[in-house]
Design a protein around this ligand. Sequence first.
Ligand code: AMP
Ligand code: GLY
Length: 426
Amino acid sequence: MKAIVIGSGGREHAMAWTLLQSPKVTAVVCVPGNGGTATLPGCSNLAMSVDDVEGIARFCLVQNIGLVAIGPEQPLADGVADGLKAQGITVFGPGQDGAQLESSKAWAKALMQEAGVPTAASAVFNNGEEATAYVEAQGAPIVIKADGLAAGKGVTVAMTLAEAKDAIANIFSGQFGTAGSQVVIEEFLAGQEASVLAVTDGLTIRPLLPAQDHKQIGDGDTGPNTGGMGAYAPTPVVPPALMERIQIEILEPTVQALRNRGIDYRGVVYAGLMITPEGDPKVIEFNCRFGDPETQVVLPLLNTPLEQIMLACCEQRLEDLPPFEWKSGYAACVVMAAEGYPDKYPKGMVIDGIEAAYDTGAMVFHAGTQLEKGVLQSNGGRVLGVTALGDGFETAIANAYSAIAAIQFDNAYYRRDIGHRVRDQF
Ligand code: AMP
Ligand code: GLY
């Protein structure tokens, strides 16, 4: 079978790599892909826009593509899955209706309330005056969120009332376009964050191994939020008994609530969770796709062929699939970024040492890279995700850092403390 992966980040490189581990997958085409997917054996890039439904559909029909997996949220929110499905193509990823789980925080909150899913108390406003009056009544700390997709920049965890009011003013200033026409104001939750990526065929939902990400740019979780600077799995923060509660209290009611709304959801439900100091899981947000860089640690541990799982979701027979099989041990991923990210950063730096990193036994998933006349160059803020496995948690982390030591490019920046939260807690 030939498959398409839509997207160009580290997550998509990891999806393509994992699909190609299966003997049944003969080729993967990434749309548009990056420097890593261009050089991955069995994989090639197709220079097309991720929302070019007609172009992708034509390619699928001519090339006899058996599966299209959509990586990022934007094409899902734009209805790319609907467009391809309408042409009879097998697509892993929800339609525009289901993608509202991520593309509208207000919609997702209403669904959670309807489903009885534990989440932060919240209120939704469509003007600045009422929102400001509400935060004045509630006090700080409090969390202010633009309703729509804002590339991870729409959320402010306000420790003071002044910060909260600034955030509200920013959102209604039009900075986020239509994403900022509504604001969700949420109770501040303390605790440990965890990412549970689950796959569903719209009837059954099954979690993958739990992961933890490091959203902030600086060591010790300081500085602005990013797409994610490092991850590991399985995180000890979500032991099996807690995963069972997450399944029963969060994942199953969410799928049921989607069905109640008539939504046929086949793809990933990613629950961003806060594990409260009391040990209860609460949803901070839902995403309608795999996480990045969580995917770069979860998929390398998966032994069940990924295309089997994706096809079972697409064909609504997930219930019949045997339990997923996993490697023992842990995976850790450290992201190498360009200095300056998530603000301004340089591009076009020549990257050396990838082969040497592979020689340490690690995997290097490219994010912002491109091949320019055969030379690998940086082309984005997050440049590479270096993933290593290990029998123990600390070994996996140490292996990832050993591999990073082999890679060089100008202005490379990475966090030195990936895994610190596990160390701090256990
Ligand atoms: P989101 O885009 O909704 O995941 O929010 C981005 C980040 O803001 C999360 O990863 C959390 O670190 C933080 N955050 C969001 N909502 C809350 C909340 N209710 N309480 C505390 N922190 C939050
Ligand atoms: N790593 C966070 C995300 O994918 O949204």
